[in-house]
Design a protein around this ligand. Sequence first.
Ligand SMILES: Cc1cc2nc3c(=O)[nH]c(=O)nc-3n(C[C@H](O)[C@H](O)[C@H](O)COP(=O)(O)OP(=O)(O)OC[C@H]3O[C@@H](n4cnc5c(N)ncnc54)[C@H](O)[C@@H]3O)c2cc1C
Length: 431
Amino acid sequence: MKTDVVVIGAGVIGGAIALELAKAGRSVVIVDKGSAAGAGSTSASSAIIRFSYSTHDAVLMAWESASIWENWADYLGAIDPDGMARFIRTGYLVYRTAGYDGESVRVIWDDLKIPYEILNADQLRKKFPALDANSYWPPKRIDDPAFGDDAVGELSGLYDPLSGFMDDPMLAAHNLINAAKVLGAQTRFREEVVAIDKESSRVTGVTLASGERIESAIVVNAAGPHASKINKIAGVLDEMNIRHRPLRQEVYVAPAPNGFKLEDNVPVVADLDTGIYFRPHLGGTINLGGTEPACDELHWIDDADDWREETTVEIWETMMLRLARRMPDFGVPVSPSGIGALYDATDDWVPIYDRSSIDGYFMACGTSGNQFKNAPMAETFIRLLIEAAEAGRNHDTDPISYIGPRSGRAINVGAFSRLREVQNTSGTVMG
Ligand SMILES: Cc1cc2nc3c(=O)[nH]c(=O)nc-3n(C[C@H](O)[C@H](O)[C@H](O)COP(=O)(O)OP(=O)(O)OC[C@H]3O[C@@H](n4cnc5c(N)ncnc54)[C@H](O)[C@@H]3O)c2cc1C
């Protein structure tokens, strides 16, 4: 089999790249060892669409991507007969606490004219009565005797009214793959890439576990938590200045109390004061995950094919009781409902969208638990990187940039280089 491009991975990132390259008139084959689009880490995503990152390029990328989620059907250009994912606008509240003042984000929002309000504790209580506006800093585990200590002060918050979430991340990936297929892309599910084929320093295709070869002058690694494995077999790990590796996480669903249901106009909340993020979800529920506070152990995984999918009682209890501190009417459920999942986390929690030293081999990886929202820009960056390489431009020494249509500002694609120095970020999923 011969094609212009092989995309490894049919998650939200691979799906978006496949669509963009199919729109550009290239023949695309998407290979995924799973059985369906978005069935990898995308299926576990909280799918929050926000614009709060520590660096200018990351905020711009999210701001530009958000307008695509809001106009999803137009962007796809095809209605998926299996249903369409929807953007649900809720707004986004990030508490300002002792360990996180949100200033770097606020300065960038001012510069980009992204609308927001600063709310003091009284304003927070009035606007979101279901939420306690006290500070319990620092975040603690439940085995810490200080877990239930009294508040140490009050919080303020940054609130942006335009953020939200996509109601079904796996369906969003399905929508992308469907739209790519309408334009002629082909899918190969239940097929595993086991080798990246090369001749001298140029990629020539991939070999599948079945022994079949797919010939292609362009291969894009969008294998999510398996991406470092693919980079290893491609032989490009040593040239990278930024590491990326699987990090196990747990996310939960719990019944929402009255006052924090979707219809109550409540926001997505980043609560670095207690170490959780949460958002309202359909069906009267809340989605909840952690923000990697210093007290929580990080569970790095050696092999993305060998890890525990079941949740852990201690982590679940900690998360639920943290939520109960922030939301006094929350009734802790009697048993956990959640899943284990993997991030592909980099050293600085900034993703990698880049070329490599192998001509024709590109990577869209290191998505660090925060790149669902950026899939619509990741695909543009990969297309531009491919076009730049074909035009003989060396992005490593002469980085490309992209002018966002919403902001009119240039995003430096070099900010996502595998060769970058570790960036000064929050060092967590907040990016
Ligand atoms: C619990 C959780 C919550 C998150 N919440 C948010 C959020 O609120 N907002 C946000 O913006 N981001 C969030 N993220 C991050 C975001 O969801 C991910 O960055 C994104 O879904 C990654 O997509 P992907 O396509 O790169 O990877 P995946 O969806 O994992 O897709 C990779 C695919 O590659 C395939 N594959 C792997 N190896 C091979 C191989 N050798 N051959 C063939 N196929 C292979 C896999 O089967 C898989 O389907 C979250 C992530 C997690 C895990």
